[in-house]
Write a protein that binds this ligand. Structure first.
Ligand SMILES: CC(C)(COP(=O)(O)OP(=O)(O)OC[C@H]1O[C@@H](n2cnc3c(N)ncnc32)[C@H](O)[C@@H]1OP(=O)(O)O)[C@@H](O)C(=O)NCCC(=O)NCCS
Length: 161
């Protein structure tokens, strides 16, 4: 197995991102078209990790238009065959470094242990504070799309550029 390599994302990575999101069975799966467009337009603010020439994980994120020093992580996932090796943590680190963000935000449902541990670990390694607040409540979702609350995790300060 080759060493994992990290790079920014491009349109060509959208299909792999969709597949990894689908196979996670945890993430809300959006259309493949959404991953392609997000990868094109936010690829500079997003990262993928490759092992043996295959994309095995991604961090789909963007600098918030209203606050460009904050990186919002829309979805992050690692193929189940590659979990527990620190790849998701490194995806966050690489993306923050590449964008020069000084804060990171993401939303997480309270029952997602791996995701909660991922952001807590990243904050601890960065020497930053993680603040968790109410954000998107079940009432925000359409009545016929039952969904648990998405808590907002904000991690700062990060070193920046
Ligand atoms: C969440 C996810 C991306 C983590 O990927 P990963 O590469 O295995 O994560 P890492 O190896 O970098 O581990 C990150 C931290 O989470 C912890 N962790 C990983 N899996 C865990 C689990 N199932 N339960 C509890 N903690 C877990 C690790 O011990 C590590 O903690 P540390 O930083 O204190 O050492 C992966 O489990 C995944 O793709 N899940 C499905 C999609 C998802 O839920 N995405 C997040 C919501 S957007």
């Amino acid at each position: 197995m080759s060493k994992p390599t990290f790079r920014r994302a491009t349109l060509a990575d959208g299909a792999a991102m969709w597949r990894i999101a689908r196979d996670s069975r945890v993430l809300d799966l959006n259309t493949s078209y959404a991953y392609l467009i997000m990868a094109r337009d936010f690829g500079e603010h997003s990262s993928v990790v490759e092992v043996d020439g295959e994309v095995v994980g991604f961090c789909m994120s963007y600098l918030r238009p209203a606050d460009p020093s904050t990186l919002f992580v829309w979805q992050i996932a690692v193929d189940s065959s590659q979990r527990g090796k620190g790849l998701a943590g490194r995806l966050l680190e690489e993306t923050v470094r590449a964008t020069g963000a000084t804060a990171l935000e993401s939303t997480v449902t309270a029952d997602n242990d791996a995701s909660n541990a991922l952001f807590a670990g990243f904050a601890a390694r960065s020497g930053a504070t993680e603040t968790i607040t109410e954000f998107i409540t079940p009432d925000h979702f359409p009545a016929d799309d039952v969904h648990g609350a998405e808590l907002l995790h904000r991690i700062e300060p990060l070193p920046g550029a």
